[in-house]
Design a protein around this ligand. Structure first.
Ligand code: HEC
Ligand code: HEC
Ligand code: HEC
Ligand code: HEC
Ligand code: HEC
Length: 415
């Protein structure tokens, strides 16, 4: 028994000794800090006698209590804020751009933007991006780290062109006709908030995923999963309903950056000053709602043209002729109805309108359209034994009364 105890203590001692050596005596950060000092001295920025006094070699770390992070990246990247180190190579190179001037590393650290493992003391573990090992947060480089800017920022930044393009594409293509974002949207596809949290969303691309594309995605399999789901729907065996938008590589990459930002963790939004949101005009609001939730199925501006397999009419109905169905062919009449919708969010509540001819017929049709939007409708099959066509989803729970009124006003306006 005693012998066993001796042996185990020795083993433990050896292990601790080994890790102590690896983490504190041998590791890369020491040699990087020494190289930094040598350079300071060789360039005569510092006298030899000053060198070790002003820059002691030690493990450097940034502790961010509120975010529960410890970032040791600066143990190696010691010249991050030293503009004299512009022409050097990493890790002894100054940080590009003005990012660290605007975001003091002492306050924010590095992993808030770059991901990676903050605690690691060698570059391989810090980068956490070997493709065969499962890491939860591989390091992010351009353009994918743009996604992390929106852990804090709310308004679009000009420094994030790919994110901006992806968001624009997402919000005008009707992705939310089937997906939810923060609980709002359709129900055919999965909720998308959380897809950016790699560790909460363990999904891999198919084995056949093109290695040439993977290398353009920071070699990051989770980014590759998002990319594949968007650009090659059908590659994953369970992908059956997701639309093939026939996207280019550039557009998909931008969408991937945007989708990566859809995280459960908005770390620091509270730090930013809130700007008042200016209310949109009813038609603009309706257009936005339509582009968010309806475009994918009903086509741009409701022009239709989207096939619906095994649907009795082959194509999902166009909606830009809604005015006609609602007896609103004349511009003047359309405008009157839109202004009532703007005021009351409804037609029925406005009461009789003597200046609009046949108003009761307009109201009746309005109620029917509103009913379809709020409660959905099952699409009739062409071949009774064939597969289910896409149905008109139920929107009553996702969209407010104002949203529904605005989307109808918008559809009246596109006639
Ligand atoms: C506010 C977000 C932000 C923070 C915080 C931040 N970075 Fe960066 N970093 C960026 C961006 C954006 C780029 C890409 C800039 C470019 O290429 O124009 C970048 C680029 C880099 C590069 C150069 C990459 C290359 O390909 O040459 C290094 C190295 C780097 N960061 C390290 C760090 C370290 C270490 C820290 C912590 C001290 C840090 N960064 C903190 C946003 C940030
Ligand atoms: C043990 C030292 C060490 C630590 C710790 C370290 N790095 Fe580095 N880093 C390096 C070295 C060495 C390079 C250059 C490697 C190369 O070019 O292949 C580098 C390069 C980089 C680059 C740009 C090169 C690339 O591959 O895109 C970024 C970005 C970066 N580091 C960020 C970080 C962040 C963020 C952390 C903290 C999570 C970190 N580093 C921690 C040593 C380190
Ligand atoms: C941890 C939260 C956080 C992250 C992540 C973050 N920022 Fe910031 N950023 C801030 C805060 C806070 C300010 C200062 C706002 C203020 O004081 O008005 C700021 C300021 C800025 C400014 C200056 C704004 C101005 O009006 O002067 C720019 C530009 C900027 N950030 C870009 C970025 C970019 C690009 C990224 C991603 C690479 C990023 N930020 C990531 C929190 C963050
Ligand atoms: C998943 C695809 C899909 C989405 C997303 C979708 N619809 Fe539909 N919609 C349909 C289908 C299919 C029909 C036809 C149902 C039928 O045959 O009764 C339909 C029918 C309608 C009709 C009745 C058209 C007519 O001529 O009878 C209206 C109005 C309508 N949708 C509005 C909307 C609005 C507004 C949105 C967004 C909030 C929306 N739809 C989103 C698939 C969709
Ligand atoms: C007609 C409905 C529909 C539309 C429109 C749609 N999707 Fe999907 N999407 C799905 C379904 C359903 C899935 C789940 C996989 C499957 O069964 O095909 C999916 C899966 C995904 C996934 C993988 C999600 C995960 O958690 O695995 C992503 C990412 C995605 N879609 C992005 C988009 C984007 C971006 C758009 C808009 C450009 C879009 N989708 C439009 C139906 C849709």
């Amino acid at each position: 028994m005693k012998i066993l105890l001796y042996i185990s203590s020795i083993v433990i001692l050896l292990f601790t000794g080994f890790y102590l050596y690896q983490e504190n005596i041998a590791p890369g950060w020491r040699s990087h800090q020494r190289a930094y000092l040598d350079k300071l001295e060789n360039k005569h920025y510092l006298e030899k006698s000053q060198v070790s006094y002003s820059f002691p070699i030690k493990l450097r770390q940034i502790y961010l209590q509120e975010m529960n992070r410890v970032d040791r990246c600066v143990s190696c990247h010691v010249a991050m804020e030293d503009p004299r180190f512009e022409k050097e190579t990493n890790p002894l190179k100054v940080h590009p751009g003005k990012y660290l001037k605007k975001h003091d590393p002492e306050k924010y650290g590095c992993t808030i933007c770059h991901d990676g493992q903050g605690r690691a003391v060698n570059w391989k573990d810090a980068a956490a991006d070997e493709p065969d090992v499962y890491w939860t947060k591989p390091i992010l480089r351009k353009p994918f780290l743009e996604a992390n800017c929106y852990r804090c920022h709310v308004d679009l930044l000009k420094e994030t062109p790919d994110y901006n393009l992806g968001k624009q594409y997402f919000e005008t293509s009707g992705c939310l006709g089937c997906h939810k974002r923060d609980g709002k949207g359709g129900f055919m596809g999965p909720e998308l908030v959380g897809i950016g949290d790699v560790s909460a969303h363990i999904k891999y691309p198919e084995k056949s995923f093109d290695p040439a594309i993977l290398s353009q995605l920071n070699g990051n399999p989770n980014l590759a999963y998002i990319y594949e789901a968007v650009r090659f729907p059908g590659a994953q065996p369970e992908d059956t309903v997701m639309f093939d938008f026939k996207l280019s590589h550039e557009d998909t990459r931008a969408l991937t950056v945007y989708l990566k930002s859809l995280s459960m963790h908005q770390t620091g939004t509270y730090r930013l000053p809130l700007k008042p949101v200016c209310p949109l005009q009813i038609i603009e609001k309706g257009k936005k709602t339509f582009q968010l939730y309806c475009t994918a199925c009903h086509g741009n501006n409701g022009r239709g043209g989207v096939r619906n397999p095994n649907y009795i009419n082959d194509y999902i109905p166009r909606l830009n002729t809604l005015s006609e169905q609602m007896f609103l062919r004349k511009k003047k009449k359309q405008e009157s109805v839109i202004s009532i919708l703007d005021e009351f969010d409804d037609l029925l509540e406005a009461g009789p309108q003597s200046d609009i001819s046949g108003f009761f017929k307009v109201v009746a049709k309005y109620m029917a359209v509103k009913n379809i939007i709020e409660n959905g409708r099952v699409a009739e099959k062409k071949d009774g034994h064939g597969p289910m066509p896409l149905n008109m989803p139920t929107w009553g729970r996702s969209l407010s009364k104002q949203d529904v009124a605005s989307v109808i006003a918008y559809l009246i306006s596109v006639y």
